[in-house]
Design a protein around this ligand. Structure first.
Ligand SMILES: Cc1cc2nc3c(=O)[nH]c(=O)nc-3n(C[C@H](O)[C@H](O)[C@H](O)COP(=O)(O)OP(=O)(O)OC[C@H]3O[C@@H](n4cnc5c(N)ncnc54)[C@H](O)[C@@H]3O)c2cc1C
Length: 384
């Protein structure tokens, strides 16, 4: 076991950190902190991500992707502003699904622009009655000859309002056992009509989280992807990888808050000495470090398990649940160390806390993650 980064990993981390500082953070800084970024700004950011080589990290180099190990990808994700990192995993996750489930003509049509960051993609699964129960999708797909129609609505979809291509989970109806016959279809914004409405939320406010409504939206039947019934399996594979990545986005936020808190504790005085010299403040700082380090290591370990081909359902669920909660707590303690400044908009820690809270919802709520881990422990599912 080796806990230090290899030379290659050091270089990847350094490149991601530099790209974030020089090309991504300036774009975020030019726009209001509480409004979704315009599409042009997103494309500027995607051009930088493409240059960094992480718009398709999970597909092989021969297919135009990065062919990265998940741990290496995670190390880079940790360096990016979380609002960008979340958008990226929606985009690149969709690229992986197109790569894995589409005929050559569809891949050739979409993948080059998506990998180059000239177009943006996303995946729409969640509906009002199909959140944690992701298989309960009711959005209806009807096929007639060369054409297909989609009717239904999706909610909480990352990137939807800036996406050129949306991978939509649908149902063709139910089989003889009453189970959904799941299918996915790619809807291209330039050829299919549907409504997208931004949903105001508490955090990650420069990002895009939308409701999407399809009213007999027409698309070529050739855009239907994957084999019938594979949607759940494909999504689960992606979720196992995504969960520790989301955990590392929280680690990024908590680390930033921690650095501010350390600096503040050493500079700010009460009772005639720096607050860092008071025992309880030192305990807060020690707790914060413990929360961050444990979260980071658990996420790295889950990603490494995926790279080694081990079953990672339990460990990746555990990593996300621990990291999102630990980092929320860590940021809260950093706010506490800052006293009144901690809750001021000016300093920005309260925004980090609101951003971190967002990550407890996508790709498995904490209750569901506990059940996934529990199922691994006892071999019995407790979902229904
Ligand atoms: C920032 C963000 C990005 C997102 N991006 C996307 C995206 O790109 N694409 C997409 O399709 N969706 C996306 N989502 C949606 C997200 O995946 C869902 O919101 C999530 O799966 C939870 O579904 P829900 O909101 O319907 O809550 P519910 O599933 O209704 O959960 C509500 C509560 O019930 C609990 N619960 C539910 N079932 C059980 C059970 N069997 N046992 C015990 N407790 C249970 C949950 O733990 C939770 O506490 C995103 C959400 C957020 C916040």
């Amino acid at each position: 076991m080796n806990f230090s980064l290899s030379d290659d990993q050091e270089m990847m981390v350094d490149a991601a950190r530099r790209m974030a500082r020089e090309r991504i953070e300036p774009v975020l800084a030019r726009h209001p902190v509480d409004q979704p970024l315009p599409k042009a700004a997103m494309l500027e950011i995607y051009a930088a991500l493409a240059e960094l080589g992480i718009t398709a990290p999970r597909i092989p180099v021969e297919a135009g992707g990065g062919g990265l190990k998940m741990l290496d990808y995670g190390l880079m994700i940790e360096q990016l502003p979380p609002v960008v990192a979340l958008s990226l995993i929606s985009h690149e996750g969709t690229i992986s699904r197109i790569h894995a489930g589409c005929p050559e003509d569809i891949r050739a049509r979409y993948l080059p622009d998506l990998i180059a960051g000239r177009k943006i993609a996303c995946t729409a699964n969640t509906e009002a009655g199909a959140g944690s129960d992701s298989g309960a999708v009711r959005t209806r797909l009807k096929i007639e000859g060369d054409e297909a129609w989609v009717t239904g609505s999706k909610m909480w979809i990352t990137n939807a309002s800036v996406a050129d291509v949306i991978n939509v989970s649908c149902t063709l109806g139910q089989d003889d056992n009453g189970r959904n016959i799941a299918r996915r279809i790619l809807l291209d914004r330039s050829e299919s009509e549907f409504e997208v409405r931004e949903t105001p939320v508490m955090g990650l406010q420069q990002g895009h989280l939308s409701e999407v409504v399809f009213e007999a939206t027409r698309a070529p039947a050739g855009n239907i992807i994957g084999e019938a019934g594979d949607a759940a399996k494909t999504l689960t594979l992606a979720w196992n990888g995504n969960r520790p990545l989301l955990g590392l986005m929280c680690v990024h936020l908590a680390q930033k808050a921690f650095e501010l808190a350390l600096e503040h504790a050493k500079a700010h005085k009460q009772f005639g000495k720096p607050i860092a010299a008071h025992q309880l403040v030192q305990q807060d700082l020690a707790d914060v470090e413990t929360l961050i380090v444990s979260a980071r290591l658990m996420c790295y370990s889950a990603l490494d398990a995926i790279d080694r081909g081990l079953r990672a359902n339990g460990s990746s669920a555990m990593a996300k649940r621990h990291a999102t909660q630990a980092c929320e707590r860590a940021i809260q303690l950093c706010m506490q160390v800052h006293g009144g400044m901690g809750i001021s908009r000016e300093l920005g820690i309260e925004r980090m806390w609101r951003d971190a809270r967002m990550f407890q919802v996508p790709d498995g709520m904490n209750g569901i993650l506990a059940l996934i881990q529990g199922r691994e422990l006892v071999g019995i599912g407790a979902f229904r």
